[in-house]
Design a protein around this ligand. Structure first.
Ligand code: ATP
Length: 347
């Protein structure tokens, strides 16, 4: 488990103070993956540096499994770093070493006995699906295979935490999915605690259990994917479950007609239930679907629908009926607002 409490990092440039992290608090349970998403300059790299002990926070604390890391002395820092494995955007392998040699490197640095290194490297090569490629050099490996070596190297010290900084940004979509599935599998198998820094919403959708939106050094939205999906007007929800874009002029409703239009979010509990036909029958009204999408978030299905109710419908009663059926109901968000929210959450 990672526990971050009120983390602040202030840089000084001459007279200027730059607040890179402004009171970040976060808890990531063991065995789960938490995504951090945010604009350039939001503070993501600073957060990674403070968590990996490459930089000292100005104040606040970071603990892994209740062991406080942010206050360890210079001498114990190497030992403390062993709790944390790092996966980088470009695997950052040593070109002069084979895949096995790269995985062995951190173990050699801390003086691990040779026989133990060999046993660990072979086990890790198997774990990341490269059992046959231990003698290959980075130049002989594909981008995905290099990242597998990078992941194995991050696991060499038997860490509790994996910090992944844009781990798939340099990979094509199919390889991205393979690497994400590997990270997910390892998280469960080894009961790791994983933080993924990313600007890609599909990374969050595919593997994260929870996500935080970082903006100007602060977490402005956060929650499990199910919690976020329920708040359809939040910026993360609009990025996770976007409604297909209607034209700028045609948002599916006329000015003044917003009252009859609803945005509905269906979660795993009701995504497969005939809620809308039940609604139409119950109130004896027409329900017109204007726009909709269904997304897999982790292993669960979520859906968003924009619907228009027939004239004369008792809107309050309909909203009550839908909410009692477990559907989240929101006012429609105009296209212009949705555009800027998606950019904010995706950048
Ligand atoms: N060493 C430093 N000295 C001074 N200011 C810094 C330093 N490192 C980062 N900053 C500032 O702190 C803020 C957060 O930067 P950071 O690199 O953490 O953002 P980021 O979200 O990682 O951005 P990107 O996605 O572009 O890497 C920015 O305003 C940046 O200019």
């Amino acid at each position: 488990m990672i526990t971050i409490k009120d983390l602040r990092k202030v840089y000084h440039q001459g007279q200027r103070e730059i607040i890179a992290l402004d009171g970040v608090s976060l808890q990531v349970p063991k065995g789960s993956i938490h995504g951090i998403i945010g604009h350039s300059g939001a503070g993501k790299s600073t957060l990674v540096r403070c968590l990996s002990l490459l930089d000292r926070p100005t104040s606040g604390s970071v603990a892994v499994n209740d062991v406080e890391l942010s206050s360890v002395g210079q001498r114990e820092i190497r030992q403390a770093r062993r709790h944390i494995g790092m996966v980088f955007q470009h695997a950052n392998l040593l070109d002069s070493r084979t895949a096995a040699g790269n995985i062995a490197h951190p173990l050699e640095i801390v003086g691990t006995p040779k026989a133990q290194i060999e046993e660990t490297v072979n086990r890790l090569l198997g774990l990341v699906g490269l059992a046959e490629l231990g003698t290959a050099y980075p130049s002989q490996l594909s981008g995905g295979q290099r990242q597998r070596v990078g992941i194995a190297r991050a696991l060499a010290g038997d860490p509790d935490v994996l910090l992944c900084d844009e781990p798939t940004s340099a990979l094509d979509p199919a390889t991205t999915d393979e690497i994400l599935d590997l990270i997910k599998d390892l998280t469960v198998r080894l009961q790791l605690t994983v933080l993924i820094i990313t600007h890609e919403m599909n990374v969050v959708k595919r593997v994260c259990d929870a996500v935080s939106l970082l903006e100007s050094g602060r977490i402005v939205e956060h929650g499990s994917l199910a919690e976020i999906a329920e708040h359809a007007d939040s910026r993360l929800a609009q990025a996770l479950l976007p409604l297909p874009q209607l034209s700028a002029e045609n948002q599916g409703f006329e000015d003044g007609q917003e009252e009859t239009v609803l945005d509905l979010t269906f979660g795993p509990g009701n995504a497969n239930r005939p809620v809308l036909s039940g609604l139409a029958r119950h109130f004896d009204i027409d329900v017109n679907v204007i726009s909709g999408s269904v997304e897999s978030l982790g292993s669960e299905q979520f859906g968003r629908l924009r619907v228009a109710l027939g004239p004369g419908t008792d809107r309050a009663a309909v909203v009550r009926y839908l909410e009692e059926s477990g559907v989240s109901v929101n006012r429609p968000v105009p296209n212009s607002e949705q555009d800027s929210s998606e950019k904010g959450a995706q950048a």
